[in-house]
Ligand binder design. Structure first.
Ligand SMILES: [Mn+2]
Length: 287
């Protein structure tokens, strides 16, 4: 059963959770943003503007919402101060992971990806992570916290899973030294991706069959999405990014996705609409 409900439900339709193939989880976590504030308002704004999307998806020629999309209640978490806070988030995700729902989380700051990925590792064991970002996010601690958004991929790396980081164009010496010394991380700078398309095939060969995708929206070019805390020039453009996503969905079993670091940009909302459209593309590609 689908009920038209434009109040904070993706696309304005709410499928029954038992029947839904997809679960959208708004996670408006914001404690450690350093530059632009407002990512805590990102998820609800994306849901609001998603009501303006066409339900028909022109590339696949399908209406993917018919497979059932359930927008979950927003996850409200305390500031992550220790692994017990991380576990609490995992407890929210695990029942949905066990039901094999296709889960797409909308953030919120990037810090949320660590507890979510940890829950997926708990259930699946060996998974790979594909990380799209302008920034490395491999700092060990930042502003006194190991759970700062600037440390999220370091925490994921601590779990030992294989990671591909792509689109990076702002990283510290400390981080790149850590990444280059690790056998479980492959990092592709934005300028490398721009000049050589073979990185994607190398990445797919490097990663295991099951992959989790984390998309910091600043991976995309600020001409496309400027509504993010720390924009950087030289990001992915729309069609090349969609092509990369399609290749991943064709080659791998994607087990979960998050799209994070969206800051609403009134009065235009071009960026939040673009994020909503990106999420619907992901739904269309995720078979
Ligand atoms: Mn990030």
């Amino acid at each position: 059963m689908r009920i038209h409900d434009s109040t904070g439900k993706f696309l304005g339709y709410q499928a029954d959770i038992e029947e839904a193939e997809f679960v959208i989880i708004p996670f408006p976590y914001e404690f450690t943003t350093t530059f632009g504030k407002g990512t805590g308002r990102g998820p609800l704004k994306v849901l609001e503007v998603s009501d303006y999307l066409e339900t028909y998806e022109e590339e696949t020629g399908e209406e993917p919402y018919l497979r059932g999309i359930h927008t979950y209640e927003p996850v409200i978490a305390d500031e992550f101060k220790g692994e017990e806070d991380i576990e609490k988030v995992g407890e929210i995700y695990l029942p949905l992971i066990e039901k094999r729902k296709k889960i797409i989380t909308i953030g919120g700051e990037h810090s949320i990806s660590y507890p979510i990925i940890k829950a997926f590792i708990k259930y699946y064991g060996n998974i790979g992570v594909i990380h799209f970002d302008a920034h490395g996010d491999y700092r060990n601690t930042y502003e006194g916290s190991p759970y700062n958004h600037a440390c999220v991929m370091r925490r994921v790396a601590d779990t030992g899973v294989k990671i591909v980081s792509a689109g990076i164009r702002a990283i510290s010496k400390e981080e790149i030294d850590f990444v280059r010394a690790s056998n479980s991380i492959k990092l592709f700078f934005a300028h490398e991706i721009h000049s050589d398309q073979r990185w994607i095939q190398k990445s797919l060969e490097f990663l295991p069959e099951k992959v989790y995708i984390t998309i910091d929206v600043d991976a995309l070019d600020p001409s496309l999405i400027r509504a993010t805390g720390t924009p950087e020039p030289g990001g992915f453009e729309w069609y090349s990014f969609l092509t990369i996503l399609k290749k991943i969905f064709q080659a791998k079993e994607v087990i979960g996705v998050d799209v994070v670091e969206i800051c609403p940009d009134p009065p235009y909302e071009v960026s939040t609409y673009t994020v909503a459209k990106l999420i619907y593309k992901i739904i269309a590609y995720w078979k």
